[in-house]
Every structure is written in C-alpha cells, then in structure tokens.
Design a protein around this ligand. Structure first.
Ligand SMILES: C[S@@+](CC[C@H](N)C(=O)[O-])C[C@H]1O[C@@H](n2cnc3c(N)ncnc32)[C@H](O)[C@@H]1O
Length: 312
C-alpha cells in the first residue's frame, strides 16, 4: 500500500519506470478512482492475474479496510494508494498508458458540482491517460450526476459509447443504494484513436536526485537571504508557488524553505527544500515535488527567485 506520495517519489525505480517498477511482469495497467472499501478490485484483480490494478482513495481508514479485503481475496496484482485522483492522473500516470479507468459511485457533490471528479475540464485528462481502445467506466446512483456525465461523455469527441461489461460484484455503495431502490446508471466509453494523443505511451523516466546550483554562492548569502525573507507568492507556468517559511539549521547556514505549490483545480502540495551554504538547492530528505515534468525547471525558478531576494 502506498501511504503517501513520497513513498513513490523517493523510489528511484518508480521514477525511472513508473508503475511498471511495482508490477514488473504485468502488461496492462488499470486504475480505479475512489476505490472505497475495495469490493470492486478484490473481485476484479484475481480474475486478471496478468494485469496490474491501482486503487486510489484519500481516506486512510477506508483504504486500510480495502487493503484487508484485497489481502483476503489474494489480489496481489492490485495496489492501493492514498493519493488524490487528479494529482495521480496528472503527474503519476503517463499519457496513453491505461487500459481501464473506473469510477464507481463517486461523491456527487450536489452543492458544489465543481468538486466532482468527472467534469467537462477533466474529460481531456481522463481520455489522454487511456490508451486508444482503453475503456472508461462510470457508475452512479445520483440522477443529476449520471445525467450530466452521460451528456458530457456523449457530446465529447474524446469518447465513444460502448456496452457496459458484466460486473458481478456489488460495491459497498451499490449495496446501499440498491437497498434504497435507487436507479443505478452504468456508462462505458472507449477512448478512440485521436490525433491529439498517441495510441500508446510509456513512462518518460525521471532522475532520482536533482539539484540546482545558485551562482557565486556562500554561507554569508544564506545569512542575508534568511534576514530578508518574507513569505511571497509567484506564478510559474500553470502553477502558483508560495515561499511560505524559511528556517536556519542550528549548526550550519543551511536554509530550510517551505514551498507550497498548487495547480488550478488540484489540492495544494506542501514540500520542504534545502539550500546548502555552498548554494545547492534540492528537495529536503523525505520531501518531493510531485509536478514531475516541471520539477527541475520549477526548482530553477525558485533558485532565481532566491537570488533576487538575496540581492535586494
Ligand atoms: C461514495 S464512495 C464510493 C466508494 C466505492 N467506489 C464504492 O462504490 O463503494 C467515494 C469514494 O471516493 C473517494 N474519493 C473522494 N475524492 C477522491 C479523490 N480526489 N481521489 C481519490 N478518491 C477520492 C472517497 O474517499 C470515497 O471512498
């Protein structure tokens, strides 16, 4: 079970190979968003021992219960991860690599539909992560969410409707809603071959350790930077970054800086970076920058910013 993002981003094998590093002999990758108590994966994964399954949820207690269910089912080709769906799809799943994407009984957020996982602006993300021919399955008991989902998917050139496969298991929420005689809507779509996305993709491979050297640096510059530091916000590409705090280590001039990063529509990510007294800037031990495609350029942008602050 993956309990936090650092477990993945501190793993050099994951950075080099993506999920393949964790499922070395599996060819197909399938992802369930909001896996809940794990009923679906505990049923599905043992039926496809040659494939890999990832289940995402954001609630620790829920995911621990799901893990027990997977263990009892012998589903050792399924891995649960306590990770946000949008961050995972954006950063940890390479384009055109999923065979299936499943969302079963997502929270409908009736008072704030912007928080739903399936929205007009998330359809391109879902489609881009599926291989051509990959399938997206969506099931909901909520009539408004089901209607909106069907309308969006039917109107989207990124998806083509197909038959819903036979699924013999009832998830926790399905059991609950069936007991209340609710109507269940089951939608299945294929991601066709599209000019904007490759048919299949692969993990781009990222280096494990990365750092940026600040020019002409010395311990005295760390002291100045520390004395001038005030929290500040900046934009970098599609991210907002905040230098939130700066601490000095007691026995050296190394600075520890708290960096908060957020992308529109995603949860903010907090991380610590360290600036050594000879000007090397790198994520602090046990910390990560999840925006994998941008993290080196992002660290360079922070380095430039620190040089500016120091020279004020
Ligand atoms: C209504 S439950 C459905 C659970 C399960 N699919 C079922 O049918 O029993 C929705 C689940 O989605 C999870 N969830 C909500 N937001 C999420 C997110 N951003 N990323 C991953 N999981 C999320 C919740 O914690 C919850 O377990």
């Amino acid at each position: 079970m993956i309990n936090d993002l650092n477990q993945l981003l501190d793993n050099p094998d994951f950075l080099a190979q993506g999920w393949q590093a964790l499922f070395p002999d599996k060819q197909s990758l399938n992802l369930e968003i909001g896996t809940g108590y794990g009923h679906f994966l505990a049923w599905l994964a043992p039926r496809h021992p040659d494939q890999a399954f990832i289940g995402l949820d954001i609630v620790s207690k829920v995911i621990s219960r799901a893990q027990r269910r997977l263990d009892q089912a012998g589903a050792d080709n399924a891995l649960l991860a306590k990770l946000d769906a949008q961050l995972t799809l954006n950063e940890l799943v390479a384009p055109s690599t999923l065979d299936h994407l499943y969302i079963l009984f997502p929270d409908p957020w009736p008072k704030n539909i912007r928080r739903r996982s399936l929205r007009e602006d998330t359809l391109p993300l879902f489609a881009s992560r599926l291989k051509a021919g990959g399938k997206f399955l969506f099931v909901s008991d909520d009539p408004d969410y089901a209607r909106d989902a069907r309308e969006l998917l039917d109107a989207s050139p990124l998806f083509q409707a197909t038959d819903f496969p036979a699924i013999e298991v009832r998830t926790k929420y399905e059991q609950k809603w069936l007991a209340q005689d609710k109507t269940i809507t089951r939608l299945a779509y294929i991601r066709p071959t599209l000019p904007q996305y490759p048919d299949t993709g692969s993990w781009p491979s990222y280096p494990h350790n990365f750092k940026v050297q600040l020019p002409d640096w010395s311990a005295a510059k760390n002291v100045e930077l520390f004395s001038r530091f005030v929290p500040a916000l900046r934009s970098y590409a599609d991210l907002t970054m905040k230098l939130h705090a700066c601490y000095r280590a007691s026995f050296s001039q190394t600075l520890r800086l708290k960096l908060i990063l957020a992308r529109q529509g995603s949860l903010a990510h907090h991380t610590w970076i360290e600036l050594s007294d000879d000007g090397q800037l790198a994520p602090a031990a046990g910390n990560s920058v999840p925006f994998l495609q941008q993290r080196e350029a992002l660290l360079q942008a922070v380095a430039d910013w620190l040089v500016e602050i120091q020279s004020l």
